[in-house]
Design a protein around this ligand. Structure first.
Ligand SMILES: Cc1ncc(COP(=O)(O)O)c(C=O)c1O
Length: 446
């Protein structure tokens, strides 16, 4: 197929330089395992699990079959005032995988909706307990929580906020970013130990400024994914949990990327041994095949909101929130099959062990190359950070991304970083190809 086979005039591509795309498009027409087929018949290695989604690899038969069967059984049913067996079963499986008493699953369709849902649960919970004044949210610089107004407000990626300032939530503050480019530029699968207490500013500046009694929730990604795979300092998440507990503040982990095995454990919460009050998920829950997201809430959130309605008549709705497709039976059937497949193939353990292979390969092949400033790897993901070209932020990473694509590997540019996060089925030979192509491209664009 040539590009003449497509009319590209009508689609406005998301998070894409549309002008550049039309001059040199990336068009996938098929996929299987770790590979795409492009419109011009080339094989391209999916080095990023199609944006952290396709953790089990492409075209997984049991997932496809589950979707087909569900379509023939119950294609769709309204989510309001009703439910369906697949939604119950998927919620039960997800809650069983989550740590602690994270037991109540509110479904939505994406990570962005999960972010906004979790912020709304936080407000509703505090109000239910008579603390409606708790309405300040704290995110983190360079955090990514999708593109809804709540998500970009607590998010901290400047470009995502720049054009929308007037519509951001008013009562939001941000923790400082978690990167030390001097002492921890290179991290291979360990927790960086900081001399400085990076959370001191939360207790000494941010909380006093707003007064802790006004703060509803802190939301962070356990590992900052979209910004370019930045790892938390040792003890950071535990201490964040302690500070939140001390002041009655809810802690939300956005695990849209880290959830379902990326670190070799069910969730990053398990990896770091910290249970948040809410855990947001999406992407890999259905292997990316059908949109599904959600928020797993601790029992006390659900119970508080139910108890606040004790005196209300039984027909009264307790939480005015939901989406037409919350708990869509086809998406939930895909989730059930995906989670069963992860388990039967022991894919999270494989992500953990292949993560060491990826980490070692990236550090040995990329460290010392021209323009390389740092490499961070943990679980089955890693980022290499490069110097920027003066006056052209992001251009070097973009050029390298394009170069890799032409050489048969899909990588992800994120600011001045290139990210690799292959499907859990990846093997060592494929990792060597990915890292080798990336190394050549870095040299070429130095
Ligand atoms: C941590 C995190 N939260 C939220 C989102 C948004 O998810 P979606 O694009 O499904 O809305 C993403 C997407 O990459 C993410 O990485």
């Amino acid at each position: 197929m040539t590009t003449q086979a497509f009319n590209m005039d009508s689609q406005w591509l998301p998070f894409t330089p549309n002008r550049s795309f039309k001059n040199d498009p990336r068009i996938f027409t098929a996929a299987s395992g770790a590979y795409f087929t492009t419109h011009d018949g080339r094989q391209v290695l999916d080095g990023i699990s199609s944006l952290w989604c396709v953790s089990a690899g492409h075209n997984v038969k049991p997932i496809n079959e589950a979707i087909k069967n569900q379509l023939d059984t119950l294609d769709y049913a309204t989510a309001f005032q009703a439910s369906n067996p697949k939604a119950f079963e998927a919620a039960e499986m997800i809650a069983a995988m989550a740590p602690g008493d994270l037991n109540k699953v509110l479904f939505c369709n994406s990570g962005s909706e999960a972010a906004d849902t979790s912020l709304k649960v936080a407000l509703a919970y505090h109000r239910a307990r008579g603390e409606g004044h708790r309405n300040v949210f704290i995110g983190r610089e360079r955090g990514y929580h999708g593109v809804g107004f709540g998500g970009i407000s607590v998010g901290g990626i400047p470009a995502n906020r720049k054009a929308f300032g007037a519509a951001l939530l008013p009562r939001v503050d941000h923790l400082r970013f978690i990167h030390d480019p001097v002492n921890h530029a290179y991290i291979n699968g360990v927790e960086p130990i900081w001399q400085e207490d990076i959370l001191l500013e939360l207790e000494s500046r941010i909380l006093p400024l707003h007064d802790p009694s006004n703060i509803a929730a802190v939301i962070v990604e356990p590992v900052a994914g979209s910004a370019g795979w930045y790892l938390p300092p040792q003890g950071y998440l535990k201490r964040l949990r302690e500070i939140c507990d001390k002041h009655g503040i809810l802690l939300i982990f956005d695990e849209v990327i880290t959830g379902f095995g990326r670190l070799g454990t069910n969730f990053a919460s398990d990896y770091y041994g910290v249970v948040p009050d809410m855990l947001n998920f999406a992407k890999a829950v259905t292997n990316g095949v059908i949109p599904l997201g959600g928020v797993i809430c601790r029992d006390h959130l659900y119970n508080s909101i139910m108890q606040a309605n004790d005196k209300a008549p039984e027909h009264a709705i307790e939480f005015f929130h939901g989406y037409t497709y919350s708990g869509h039976p086809v998406a939930c059937a895909a989730a059930i099959a995906t989670l069963a497949h992860f388990k039967s193939e022991d894919l999270f353990a494989r992500a953990g062990s292949m993560g060491h292979v990826l980490g070692d390969a990236m550090h040995s092949a990329l460290k010392g190359l021209p323009t390389v400033l740092g490499i961070r790897t943990l679980g089955l993901a890693g980022a290499v950070e490069l110097t920027s070209i003066a006056g052209l932020p992001g251009k070097r990473a973009y050029d390298i991304f394009m170069e890799c694509f032409h050489k048969g590997v899909l990588v992800r540019p994120a600011g001045e970083n290139l990210v690799l996060a292959p499907p859990f089925i990846v093997d060592k030979a494929q990792i060597d190809v990915m890292v080798g192509v990336l190394a050549d491209a870095i040299k070429k664009h130095a």
